[in-house]
Ligand binder design. Sequence first.
Ligand code: AMP
Length: 210
Amino acid sequence: MDIVILLGAPGSGKGTVAGALAAKNGNLKHVSSGDLLRGAVAKGTEAGKQAKDFMEAGKLVPDALIATMIKDVVAETTGDVTMLLDGFPRNLAQARILDEMGAPVRSAVLIDVPDGIIQDRIAGRRTCPKCKAGYHVRNLPPKVEGICDACGEKLVIRKDDNPETVKDRLVVYHQQTEPLIAYYKEKGLLRSVDGTTGVDNVAAAFLAAM
Ligand code: AMP
């Protein structure tokens, strides 16, 4: 088992790219910290109850809360598998927690997208609450409007995808997550791909870079 970290702003396409790659490669496993947390909130677990308000405000949940969930997934992932870790780490403290776990990080790949494009991408984002597939009303529309291609569920707009919260999430990204670029660069693990070339091209570039 080893780990490839996806770095990039909210809306940069981390989940879409990791999902597309994992669907085609049996030995790639997509792990999204946001999906783990949304699952806990939906189930009403203790962790979910603690996370809910932070998430709705576009703030990071406490490090220990998400780190425990990631530790469990890392521990249960064995064999010839590369984990595409999407959304964790989100700040330097979490990166150090991952290092202290002894997690074998192969590389950290930045999906680079300018802020101006991010706002538009998130405004058009639609998500399947059941299978987690992601869509965009213009860039990546489902075959039937409002319905998930993969499982037929009605698509939703994430609560934290409203313009006000998106602004806050971008501030959090620049302040807390962006320093990870220098952190992994220093370790010689940073790769970067242009995130504006379309899903298939970004996925191919990502695979080559990782
Ligand atoms: P995402 O789906 O990755 O955009 O995450 C949605 C929300 O979940 C974020 O805005 C945070 O509130 C929370 N979250 C996800 N991953 C983390 C993390 N590694 N650390 C703290 N909060 C997180």
